[in-house]
Design a protein around this ligand. Structure first.
Ligand code: SAH
Length: 210
Protein backbone atom coordinates (compact mmCIF):
# COMPACT_ATOMS: atom_id res chain seq x y z
CA UNK A 1 0.00 0.00 0.00
CA UNK A 2 1.34 3.46 -0.92
CA UNK A 3 0.63 6.18 1.62
CA UNK A 4 2.50 9.00 3.33
CA UNK A 5 3.97 6.48 5.79
CA UNK A 6 5.26 3.93 3.22
CA UNK A 7 8.88 4.87 3.71
CA UNK A 8 8.65 4.79 7.49
CA UNK A 9 6.97 1.40 7.28
CA UNK A 10 9.70 -0.01 5.00
CA UNK A 11 12.29 1.30 7.43
CA UNK A 12 10.44 -0.33 10.35
CA UNK A 13 10.49 -3.69 8.57
CA UNK A 14 14.15 -3.44 7.72
CA UNK A 15 15.58 -1.98 10.92
CA UNK A 16 13.30 -3.34 13.65
CA UNK A 17 12.09 -6.65 12.25
CA UNK A 18 14.38 -8.15 9.59
CA UNK A 19 17.47 -6.87 11.43
CA UNK A 20 16.38 -8.78 14.54
CA UNK A 21 16.09 -12.06 12.70
CA UNK A 22 12.53 -12.36 11.35
CA UNK A 23 12.94 -13.95 7.90
CA UNK A 24 9.53 -15.35 6.85
CA UNK A 25 8.74 -13.46 3.62
CA UNK A 26 4.98 -13.65 4.30
CA UNK A 27 5.43 -11.97 7.67
CA UNK A 28 7.78 -9.30 6.30
CA UNK A 29 5.34 -8.58 3.44
CA UNK A 30 2.38 -8.29 5.83
CA UNK A 31 4.28 -5.96 8.18
CA UNK A 32 5.28 -3.87 5.16
CA UNK A 33 1.69 -3.64 3.98
CA UNK A 34 -0.58 -3.08 7.00
CA UNK A 35 -0.93 0.67 7.66
CA UNK A 36 -0.10 0.70 11.40
CA UNK A 37 -0.85 4.45 11.67
CA UNK A 38 -4.55 3.74 11.12
CA UNK A 39 -4.67 1.61 14.29
CA UNK A 40 -3.59 4.40 16.65
CA UNK A 41 -5.16 7.73 17.62
CA UNK A 42 -4.49 10.96 15.72
CA UNK A 43 -2.12 12.06 18.50
CA UNK A 44 -0.06 8.83 18.20
CA UNK A 45 0.16 8.71 14.38
CA UNK A 46 3.59 10.32 14.28
CA UNK A 47 4.91 7.50 16.51
CA UNK A 48 3.12 4.64 14.76
CA UNK A 49 6.26 3.18 13.16
CA UNK A 50 8.55 3.55 16.15
CA UNK A 51 10.13 0.63 17.95
CA UNK A 52 7.68 0.56 20.90
CA UNK A 53 4.18 -0.30 22.07
CA UNK A 54 1.70 2.63 22.12
CA UNK A 55 -1.43 3.39 24.16
CA UNK A 56 -4.76 2.71 22.39
CA UNK A 57 -7.15 3.82 25.17
CA UNK A 58 -8.87 1.93 28.01
CA UNK A 59 -5.39 1.37 29.53
CA UNK A 60 -4.49 -1.01 26.68
CA UNK A 61 -1.62 -0.96 24.20
CA UNK A 62 -0.83 -1.87 20.59
CA UNK A 63 2.17 -4.19 20.75
CA UNK A 64 5.65 -3.24 19.53
CA UNK A 65 5.96 -4.02 15.78
CA UNK A 66 8.80 -6.52 16.31
CA UNK A 67 6.75 -8.50 18.83
CA UNK A 68 3.79 -8.67 16.43
CA UNK A 69 6.10 -9.94 13.67
CA UNK A 70 7.86 -12.40 15.97
CA UNK A 71 4.62 -13.87 17.35
CA UNK A 72 3.25 -14.24 13.82
CA UNK A 73 6.40 -15.89 12.48
CA UNK A 74 6.49 -18.44 15.29
CA UNK A 75 3.07 -19.73 14.20
CA UNK A 76 4.61 -20.88 10.89
CA UNK A 77 1.52 -19.94 8.85
CA UNK A 78 1.48 -21.12 5.23
CA UNK A 79 -1.71 -19.37 4.12
CA UNK A 80 -4.61 -21.79 4.50
CA UNK A 81 -5.04 -21.65 8.25
CA UNK A 82 -7.87 -20.83 10.59
CA UNK A 83 -6.46 -18.66 13.39
CA UNK A 84 -7.92 -17.54 16.72
CA UNK A 85 -6.74 -14.29 18.31
CA UNK A 86 -7.54 -13.42 21.93
CA UNK A 87 -7.22 -9.68 22.60
CA UNK A 88 -8.20 -7.79 19.42
CA UNK A 89 -7.10 -4.47 20.95
CA UNK A 90 -6.46 -2.04 18.10
CA UNK A 91 -6.87 -4.80 15.51
CA UNK A 92 -3.32 -4.38 14.20
CA UNK A 93 -2.17 -7.93 14.91
CA UNK A 94 -5.53 -9.09 13.52
CA UNK A 95 -4.74 -7.38 10.20
CA UNK A 96 -1.27 -8.93 10.03
CA UNK A 97 -2.81 -12.38 10.61
CA UNK A 98 -5.56 -11.71 8.03
CA UNK A 99 -2.92 -10.88 5.41
CA UNK A 100 -1.48 -14.38 5.77
CA UNK A 101 -4.10 -16.82 7.09
CA UNK A 102 -7.36 -17.91 5.48
CA UNK A 103 -9.69 -17.05 8.38
CA UNK A 104 -9.14 -15.04 11.54
CA UNK A 105 -11.44 -15.20 14.56
CA UNK A 106 -10.75 -12.45 17.08
CA UNK A 107 -12.16 -11.86 20.58
CA UNK A 108 -11.94 -8.66 22.63
CA UNK A 109 -13.28 -8.10 26.13
CA UNK A 110 -13.66 -4.31 25.89
CA UNK A 111 -16.57 -3.44 23.61
CA UNK A 112 -15.29 0.03 22.70
CA UNK A 113 -11.95 -1.40 21.48
CA UNK A 114 -13.60 -4.14 19.44
CA UNK A 115 -15.97 -1.70 17.75
CA UNK A 116 -13.10 0.64 16.91
CA UNK A 117 -11.05 -2.26 15.50
CA UNK A 118 -14.06 -3.45 13.48
CA UNK A 119 -14.38 0.02 11.96
CA UNK A 120 -10.70 0.24 10.97
CA UNK A 121 -10.47 -3.32 9.66
CA UNK A 122 -13.81 -2.92 7.86
CA UNK A 123 -12.43 0.20 6.17
CA UNK A 124 -9.41 -1.78 4.98
CA UNK A 125 -11.76 -4.38 3.50
CA UNK A 126 -10.57 -7.65 5.04
CA UNK A 127 -13.21 -10.28 4.16
CA UNK A 128 -11.73 -13.01 6.37
CA UNK A 129 -12.06 -11.65 9.93
CA UNK A 130 -14.81 -12.51 12.41
CA UNK A 131 -15.24 -10.55 15.64
CA UNK A 132 -16.59 -11.40 19.03
CA UNK A 133 -16.94 -9.22 22.13
CA UNK A 134 -16.40 -11.13 25.37
CA UNK A 135 -13.96 -13.12 27.48
CA UNK A 136 -11.52 -14.97 25.23
CA UNK A 137 -10.09 -17.09 28.06
CA UNK A 138 -12.54 -19.79 27.10
CA UNK A 139 -11.79 -19.45 23.38
CA UNK A 140 -14.37 -19.58 20.58
CA UNK A 141 -15.78 -23.09 20.73
CA UNK A 142 -18.24 -22.99 17.83
CA UNK A 143 -15.48 -22.74 15.26
CA UNK A 144 -12.76 -24.76 17.04
CA UNK A 145 -10.34 -26.40 16.47
CA UNK A 146 -7.81 -23.87 15.17
CA UNK A 147 -4.51 -24.31 13.33
CA UNK A 148 -3.07 -21.48 15.37
CA UNK A 149 -3.94 -19.33 18.38
CA UNK A 150 -2.41 -15.95 19.29
CA UNK A 151 -3.02 -14.48 22.72
CA UNK A 152 -2.04 -10.83 23.15
CA UNK A 153 -2.70 -10.41 26.89
CA UNK A 154 -0.97 -12.39 29.63
CA UNK A 155 -2.62 -15.01 31.88
CA UNK A 156 -0.83 -16.55 34.89
CA UNK A 157 -0.78 -19.91 33.11
CA UNK A 158 -1.90 -21.28 29.74
CA UNK A 159 -5.73 -21.55 29.80
CA UNK A 160 -6.78 -25.16 29.28
CA UNK A 161 -9.77 -24.21 27.12
CA UNK A 162 -7.44 -22.54 24.62
CA UNK A 163 -5.05 -25.51 24.48
CA UNK A 164 -7.99 -27.79 23.87
CA UNK A 165 -9.11 -25.73 20.88
CA UNK A 166 -5.85 -26.36 18.99
CA UNK A 167 -5.75 -28.92 16.18
CA UNK A 168 -3.15 -31.69 16.37
CA UNK A 169 0.10 -30.00 15.24
CA UNK A 170 -1.58 -26.66 15.98
CA UNK A 171 0.53 -23.91 17.52
CA UNK A 172 -0.30 -21.27 20.12
CA UNK A 173 1.82 -18.27 21.05
CA UNK A 174 0.95 -16.75 24.40
CA UNK A 175 2.59 -14.45 26.97
CA UNK A 176 2.49 -16.16 30.38
CA UNK A 177 3.24 -14.78 33.83
CA UNK A 178 2.23 -12.13 36.31
CA UNK A 179 5.26 -10.06 37.27
CA UNK A 180 7.74 -11.81 35.01
CA UNK A 181 6.30 -12.81 31.65
CA UNK A 182 7.62 -14.95 28.82
CA UNK A 183 6.26 -15.76 25.40
CA UNK A 184 5.45 -19.46 25.39
CA UNK A 185 4.94 -21.56 22.26
CA UNK A 186 2.50 -24.43 22.81
CA UNK A 187 2.42 -27.18 20.18
CA UNK A 188 -0.30 -29.81 20.31
CA UNK A 189 0.94 -33.35 19.67
CA UNK A 190 -1.34 -36.40 19.39
CA UNK A 191 -1.03 -37.33 23.08
CA UNK A 192 0.46 -34.25 24.68
CA UNK A 193 1.25 -30.53 24.54
CA UNK A 194 4.85 -29.38 24.10
CA UNK A 195 5.73 -26.00 25.62
CA UNK A 196 8.76 -23.89 24.78
CA UNK A 197 9.68 -20.61 26.48
CA UNK A 198 10.92 -18.11 23.94
CA UNK A 199 11.36 -14.53 25.03
CA UNK A 200 10.80 -12.24 28.05
CA UNK A 201 7.99 -9.76 27.32
CA UNK A 202 5.55 -7.31 28.93
CA UNK A 203 1.87 -7.55 28.06
CA UNK A 204 -1.27 -6.27 29.76
CA UNK A 205 -2.96 -8.95 31.90
CA UNK A 206 -5.53 -11.30 30.39
CA UNK A 207 -8.65 -10.51 32.40
CA UNK A 208 -10.69 -13.54 33.30
CA UNK A 209 -14.32 -13.04 34.21
CA UNK A 210 -15.07 -16.71 34.76
N1 SAH B 1 -3.13 -7.38 19.55
C1 SAH B 1 -3.43 -6.08 20.11
C2 SAH B 1 -2.87 -5.94 21.49
C3 SAH B 1 -3.91 -5.49 22.43
S1 SAH B 1 -3.49 -5.47 24.13
C4 SAH B 1 -2.98 -4.99 19.18
O1 SAH B 1 -2.18 -5.27 18.28
O2 SAH B 1 -3.44 -3.87 19.32
C5 SAH B 1 -4.44 -6.84 24.73
C6 SAH B 1 -5.93 -6.76 24.58
O3 SAH B 1 -6.47 -7.91 25.25
C7 SAH B 1 -6.59 -5.55 25.22
O4 SAH B 1 -7.34 -4.89 24.25
C8 SAH B 1 -7.50 -6.15 26.31
O5 SAH B 1 -8.71 -5.45 26.48
C9 SAH B 1 -7.73 -7.55 25.77
N2 SAH B 1 -8.13 -8.54 26.78
C10 SAH B 1 -7.74 -8.66 28.07
N3 SAH B 1 -8.32 -9.72 28.64
C11 SAH B 1 -9.12 -10.29 27.69
C12 SAH B 1 -9.98 -11.44 27.67
N4 SAH B 1 -10.15 -12.20 28.74
N5 SAH B 1 -10.63 -11.73 26.53
C13 SAH B 1 -10.46 -10.95 25.41
N6 SAH B 1 -9.66 -9.87 25.37
C14 SAH B 1 -9.00 -9.54 26.49
Amino acid sequence: MQDEFSRERDKMVEEQIAARGVTDPKVLAAMGKVPRHLFVSEAMKAYAYQDEPLPIGEGQTISQPYIVAYMTEVLGLQGGEKVLEVGTGSGYQTAVLAEIARDVYTIELVEFLSLKAQEVLGGLGYPNIRFKIGDGTTGWKDDAPYDAIVVTAAPGSVPKALRDQLKISGRMIIPVGVEFQELVLVVREPQTFKEKRLLPVRFVPLVSIH
